[in-house]
Design a protein around this ligand. Structure first.
Ligand code: ADP
Length: 244
């Protein structure tokens, strides 16, 4: 479902991603861990081209962008439809209700029929446990509820892949569980997911593969039971000692 080859990304002189290779099978959940500043967010943003890679080839769902050539905005817009992104800071439209937030993408980007979109949005909000809050505005919702709207909004675009960038980092501890539950349910349904998170329990329970990044490279990857119980690389061991 996802394949990345030789992905690099520089901001001016700073090389943040130094040649990442990665492949993710359909229905797999990959959790990316690593210290702050190691390039995890940039990697996710390069997957949906919110940041244009400096070089490399990115394929998702059979569509490929090769950044050794010039890539047009039209190609990027089309490619981006493959993925739904969930941000740490929710990024909801503050002046729109939960329902309107979820309807926005299918209406504006996909130009789908309004009544069909409303039905679909209601169903997705019910699925994330917010069927009773569809007419609430973001400021009337808790952080956990806002983030669940964020997930619903991404799902409404029917992506092949869901990308999560520290989706629970901004939440009070008691609200983390409800968001992780929605993510677990999605994983069980077979959604392909790439998740940047510090929630190691989630990684242990849900990930098919854990990737440890540091300093713009993938230092080690493996099944959670291998990475967490028997990491091979010294840098992985050090990181896990620090956070546990
Ligand atoms: P992580 O998610 O692992 O904390 P990031 O991908 O956010 O790491 O950042 C990796 C490095 O890239 C950091 O040094 C950060 O300062 C730098 N960086 C990220 N985005 C930008 C940007 N838009 N412009 C310049 N530097 C950036």
């Amino acid at each position: 479902m996802i394949s990345i080859e030789g992905l690099t990304k520089s901001f001016d002189q700073l090389e943040v991603l130094k040649g990442i290779d990665l492949s993710v099978e359909k229905g797999q959940v990959v959790v990316v861990i690593g210290p702050s500043g190691s390039g995890k967010t940039t990697l996710l943003r390069c997957l949906n081209i919110l940041e244009a890679p400096t070089s490399g080839v990115v394929s998702i769902g059979g569509k490929t962008l090769d950044f050794s050539h010039r890539v047009s905005n039209r190609e990027i817009a089309e490619f981006r439809r493959q993925t739904g992104m969930v941000f740490q800071s929710y990024n909801l439209f503050p002046h729109k209700t939960a329902l309107e937030n979820v309807m926005e993408g299918p209406l504006v980007v996909k130009k789908e029929d309004r009544e069909a979109v409303r039905k679909k949005a209601e169903a997705i909000l019910a699925k994330v446990g917010l069927g009773y809050k569809i007419d609430y505005y973001p400021f009337q919702l808790s952080g956990g509820q806002q983030q669940r709207v964020g997930i619903a909004r991404a799902l409404a675009m029917e992506p092949n892949v869901m990308l999560f960038d520290e989706p629970t980092s901004a939440l009070d501890p008691e609200l983390v569980g409800e968001v992780l539950k929605v993510m677990k349910d999605l994983a069980k349904e077979g959604m392909t997911m790439v998740v940047v998170t510090h929630e190691m329990r989630f990684a242990k329970e849900v990930a098919n593969e854990v990737i440890f990044m540091e300093d713009g490279v993938v230092v080690e990857k493996g099944k959670p039971e291998q990475i967490f119980v028997a990491p091979k690389e010294e840098r992985t061991k050090q990181f896990l000692r620090m956070i546990q």
